[in-house]
Every structure is written in structure tokens, then in C-alpha cells.
Design a protein. Structure first.
Lengths: 256, 88
């Protein structure tokens, strides 16, 4: 029995409806909401639970991501926020229920915060003694903050050495002192370079348009037009992917 | 290690706030030269071009580490062509 088959059996036993989605993923829907599951590694499944009802502000979502327990994080896929975590098929049902209850109120963080300098060639990374949030940049204008937070949420689907978040600035939350340093340095460096590029107001606005997110309109500044309307093709594509989940749950997926 | 790395003619330079202290001067110079828009190979012969790093006009030993070369943790350095590049 494959990992996805085990996941399907576990979710059906818990009362969820499951169907095979695009790319061999598993799409589910139930009392807690809808989402999808894939198997990135043998013996593990990655579950992404739709949390679009929690918030639509990427900065707020990134703040929540930094405070989530363990490796759970908020990601942004097709402009929809998901709470995501990797686990074994045996743990799946409990993880799905925990991810569904992402708090709308931003919890206070009890993790140490350390500012990391990102250089042209490398990052200055000190010794890690426990869970720590490695902050790569400080707060900026609203548009730059939204662009950086959006980038962190999108990158969260690929980060392995830690998880992206926001504590008075974007960064990477490392959950343990035994984080593999070579991979961590590489991810910090890549994130730092990207966040530095997004520190420019014009580039941040272009990035938000590219992601289909609304930029903050400053008084006296014309709002960008590309991000204001959502292409009908994207909405139809997303509905086709989650068609069964939406019909089963009766929920409408909200896309901005 | 925070370094200001510039071309000899001052036409271009950049600040790097996080230069690893365990890098050698050779490794730093090799990485910095392309960033300063220096060519890395001789167009006529195809041979690699070499560069040196100067601090206060004094050439730094290539095998010395960055941490040992700059005990004050910040400095301004220049990357210049090696005399060997002038040979045919």
C-alpha cells in the first residue's frame, strides 16, 4: 500500500471525502475544510489544509507561520493560503485537525530572535543553541512588507532547513539546534538576496502584481491594474482541481 | 567581517557586511573580481587573469585568512590587476 493509499484510508475512516487530484495528489474535504496531500518522501506525506478563511493579509499569515508549532507552516499556492506539514500516514488525521484550527489571532512568539547579516557572498550565521528566528530584514513600507511576506509564504513550500515567517521582519524559523548548517546557510543566503531585491518599492509592486496580490495603495499613487482583477482562467483551473472537494464541503474557495 | 571592496580606479565597488572570516584573501579576491566587473580571462590569449587585494596600498598575502588580515572587523580594500597579467 503506498503512502497516499494509506493516507486515503486514514482520512476516509475519519469521515473525509478523498479523490485523486492533478499530478497524482490526493484532494480531501470534510468537516474541517479542504486541502490536498502529496508524498514528497518515502514514508511521509505532506498535507496542505486550506486556511483562506483565517486571513488575507500575507504579513499576518507570515506572522502566524512563525508561531506555529514544529515544522507546520503557512504556504501560498495559487494565491490561496494553506497550513502545511509533513508527517507519516499514521499521524495524518491528527495533523489535519490541528492544521484546520490555525488561530486568526496572532499568538505571541516565545522563540528567540536573531538578526542575520546577508552579504554579497555568504551570510553571517552564528552558533545555534536552540529554536531561533533568524530575521533577514526589518520592516519597511507596506508594499515592500506585503511583497516580502508573500515571497516568504511562497518559499515556505520549498524550504527544508527551516520555515519562513515574520517577527517584526521576514526570516527563517529554525526549530532545532541540530539544523544542518550547509543547507541552512544556502537557504538563508537565497532568501536574503531575494528579500533585498524586494526592498525596492517598484520591484515589490511588480512582484505583487506577478503573484496576483493587491499592492497597498498609497494616497496620491495610482493603484496597479493587473492585480485588481483575477483572470477567469485561474479561477476555473483552481475549481477544476478542487471540484470534488468544493462540492463535498459546500465551501467556496476565496481567491484574491 | 564588514568590507568595502572597490576597483582600483574607484569606478565601482560594493559593501559586504558578512564576509566569512575563514576565507583566504585568494578566495575572496577570486569571488570579488567578477562582482567588480573585471574580466576573468584575457581576450587575446584566453589565459585566466589574476588579481590582488590591497589594503591601505599594501598587497595582502594570498594565503592569509580574512579574519587575520582585518582584526578590526571592518576595512576598505581594493582589487587590482596582477603584474603577471601584463606579460604576453
Amino acid at each position: 500500500m503506498s503512502d497516499l493509499d494509506a493516507a486515503r484510508a486514514a482520512l476516509r475512516a475519519a469521515g473525509y471525502t478523498c479523490e485523486t487530484g492533478e499530478g497524482g495528489t490526493l484532494v480531501f474535504a470534510g468537516s474541517t475544510g479542504s486541502g490536498c496531500i502529496d508524498d514528497p518522501l518515502p514514508g511521509f506525506v505532506r498535507v496542505a489544509h486550506d486556511v483562506s478563511a483565517v486571513a488575507d493579509d500575507p504579513v499576518k499569515l507570515a506572522r502566524i507561520s512563525a508561531c506555529m508549532a514544529g515544522s507546520a507552516r503557512i504556504t501560498l499556492r495559487h494565491r490561496t493560503p494553506f497550513a502545511e506539514q509533513t508527517c507519516t500516514p499514521a499521524e495524518l488525521t491528527g495533523v489535519v485537525r490541528r492544521l484546520a484550527w490555525v488561530p486568526a489571532a496572532i499568538p505571541t512568539h516565545d522563540i528567540a530572535v536573531e538578526d542575520v547579516a546577508v552579504g554579497v557572498f555568504d551570510v553571517a550565521l552564528g552558533a545555534l543553541s536552540g529554536p531561533v528566528f533568524l530575521r533577514l530584514a526589518t520592516g519597511h513600507t507596506d508594499t515592500v512588507n506585503r511583497a516580502r511576506a508573500t515571497y516568504v509564504l511562497v518559499a515556505n513550500a520549498l524550504l527544508r532547513a527551516g520555515k519562513g515567517g515574520w517577527i517584526e521582519g521576514p526570516g527563517l524559523a529554525v526549530v532545532g539546534a541540530d539544523a544542518e548548517r550547509t543547507g541552512l546557510r544556502a537557504e538563508l543566503y537565497q532568501m536574503g538576496q531575494a528579500l533585498a531585491v524586494l526592498g525596492d518599492e517598484r520591484r515589490a509592486r511588480s512582484y505583487l502584481e506577478l503573484c496576483g496580490m493587491k499592492a497597498v495603495t498609497q494616497p496620491g499613487v495610482a493603484a496597479p491594474t493587473a492585480a485588481a482583477s483575477q483572470p477567469q482562467e485561474d479561477r476555473d483551473e483552481w475549481r477544476k482541481q478542487c471540484g470534488v472537494a468544493n462540492r463535498a464541503s459546500g465551501r467556496r474557495v476565496r481567491i484574491r | 567581517m564588514a568590507l568595502r571592496i572597490e576597483r582600483q580606479d574607484g569606478a565601482y565597488g560594493f559593501d559586504d557586511p558578512a564576509v566569512p572570516g575563514d576565507w583566504t584573501i585568494e578566495a575572496l579576491t577570486t569571488r570579488a573580481a567578477p562582482k567588480l566587473r573585471y574580466p576573468m580571462t584575457d581576450v587575446s590569449t584566453g589565459k585566466p587573469l589574476r588579481y590582488s587585494m590591497l589594503h591601505d596600498g599594501v598587497e595582502l598575502p594570498r594565503d592569509q585568512t580574512v579574519g587575520a588580515a582585518f582584526p578590526e572587523r571592518q576595512a576598505r580594500v581594493h582589487v587590482v590587476h596582477e603584474y603577471a597579467n601584463a606579460r604576453g
